[in-house]
Write a protein that binds this ligand. Structure first.
Ligand SMILES: CC(=O)N[C@H]1[C@@H](OP(=O)(O)OP(=O)(O)OC[C@H]2O[C@@H](n3ccc(=O)[nH]c3=O)[C@H](O)[C@@H]2O)O[C@H](CO)[C@@H](O)[C@@H]1O
Ligand SMILES: C=C(OP(=O)(O)O)C(=O)O
Length: 420
């Protein structure tokens, strides 16, 4: 297993480029299941989750080729209906093959994703919505066994905003008979990217990015030109916070800041100086940072995927702030690790009170999940002394070459084998 070893205290300086977005690439790549012909994607990040998706597509009967951020996906003979536990357990987004498989084959057997470090994460809303379209499900040996005749359009009202649920249903509805309406749909930019990809291949989708999405089923999809995955707003935001925390000057290129308003306005409220260009944002050196409360909510509100990194920054801000997590019931696993580095944080229920301290101290810490790991890395970059972040495989799920990008910004960080 690998760890990251960080010597803190160097202000980050230079330019970094945001990679393609993991959370857009995963559903879009799994959308390939809907196609008979080759589909090609650009700006696909080299990540552990992308390799898992590649393996999943291969298990489902597709050939893939992935080089230089371009992936080709092509059906070999026939689509196979089973997404095995070994893959699903390492990547919950695997459940996004359920809608496309049912639409395509009328059957699917997908391992039920278990809970993960951040919460139970059930898929009940995916299943009940697909039932409205004519699917029937049983649970057998830990697998969701789905069957249907041809899926038909339906009016679906999600009880709760679900990103994955909206994506699964949008993909299923593309090849269903008739019109599907999704109400209380998620509005994340990655939903819009998925819709843009599907529309570029002949799907009839209206309203992606709004609370109501309408999809008219078509008989087939066909790609004319390669589709380029949108840049990663969470990765971009992580580098802006790392720059602010180290009081450095970092220009983040390919920064989709129009999709990052909630984060950027909170950073500015903390006194982070941001300079916006056509396609880039620069975080500039600033005076003292002020503590500002955050509350995670679905897009366009403050994203839960930035909560841990923002909390890492709050540990060094003047004053105190409340961080409220409303999306996942257990997304504070980074707190005890930040406390080991000298942070002053108290958790009560789904809120954490963060009191700013003058400095953090390096320590061996453990990443419990992807964004917790990112938060510990950026905390390490400004801590006194050495920090070792273990279980870095979580970070590798979602950050392309994180330590290389940080090294290029002057960060003293290297990948090492975890000592026994
Ligand atoms: C690959 C990907 O894009 N992952 C993102 C996606 O995850 P994901 O799609 O899993 O997140 P959801 O939006 O579905 O989950 C939001 C909340 O709804 C609950 N829920 C969801 C589905 C369901 O059937 N029943 C149910 O109760 C979840 O447990 C959670 O509490 O959106 C999350 C919320 O922005 C992000 O943190 C993840 O990074
Ligand atoms: C929680 C995340 O991802 P996933 O849904 O893939 O676990 C994330 O990207 O922060």
């Amino acid at each position: 297993m690998d760890s990251l070893l960080i010597s803190g205290g160097v202000p980050l300086k230079g330019t970094v480029k945001a990679s393609g977005a993991k959370n857009a690439a995963l559903p879009i790549l799994l959308g390939s299941i809907l196609f008979d012909h080759t589909v090609i994607f650009d700006n696909v990040p080299h990540l552990r989750d992308i390799r898992t998706t590649q393996k999943l597509l291969e298990t489902l009967g597709f050939e893939t080729n992935f080089e230089n951020n371009r992936m080709h996906v092509c059906l070999k003979n026939e689509v196979l209906p089973e997404a095995p536990y070994d893959l699903v357990k390492t990547m919950r987004a695997s459940v996004l093959c359920l809608g496309p498989l049912l639409a395509r084959l009328g059957k699917a057997s997908v391992a039920l994703p278990g809970g993960c470090a951040i919460g139970a994460r059930p898929v009940d809303l995916h299943l009940s919505a697909l039932e409205k379209m004519g699917a029937e499900f049983t649970l057998d040996g830990g697998y969701i066994m789905g069957r249907c005749e041809k899926l038909h359009g339906a009016h679906i009202q999600f009880d709760k905003v679900t990103v994955g649920g909206t994506e699964n249903l949008m993909m299923a509805a593309c090849l269903a008979e008739g019109e599907t309406i999704l109400d209380n749909a998620a509005r994340e930019p990655e939903i819009v990217d998925l819709a843009n990809f599907l529309k570029s291949c002949g799907a009839k989708i209206e309203g992606a990015g709004q609370t109501q999405i309408k999809i008219q089923g078509v008989t087939s999809l066909r790609q004319e030109t390669p589709y380029s995955i949108m840049p990663d707003r969470i990765e971009a935001g992580t580098y802006l916070i790392a720059a602010a925390m180290t009081n450095g000057e970092v220009r983040v290129e390919n920064c989709p800041y129009k999709d990052m308003e909630a984060l950027c306005s909170k950073l500015e409220a903390c006194n982070v100086k941001l300079d916006f260009e056509e396609n880039a944002v620069t975080a500039k050196p600033h005076g003292e940072l002020n503590a500002v409360d955050i509350r995670t909510v679905p897009h366009p509100g403050f994203p839960t995927d930035m909560q841990a990194q923002f909390m890492a920054m709050l540990t060094l801000c003047r004053g105190s702030a409340i961080v409220e997590e409303t999306i996942f019931e257990n997304r504070f696993m980074h707190v005890p690790e930040l406390v080991r580095m000298g942070a002053d944080i108290r958790v009560t229920g789904n809120s954490a009170m963060v009191r700013g301290v003058p400095s953090l101290t390096g320590a061996p810490v453990m990443a419990s999940d992807l964004r917790a790991g990112a938060a510990l890395v950026i905390a390490g970059l400004c801590a006194d002394g050495e920090t070792r972040v273990d279980r870095i495989y979580h970070v590798d799920r979602g950050y392309e070459g994180m330590e290389i990008k940080l090294q290029e910004l002057g960060g003293r960080i290297k990948r090492v084998a975890t000592p026994n």
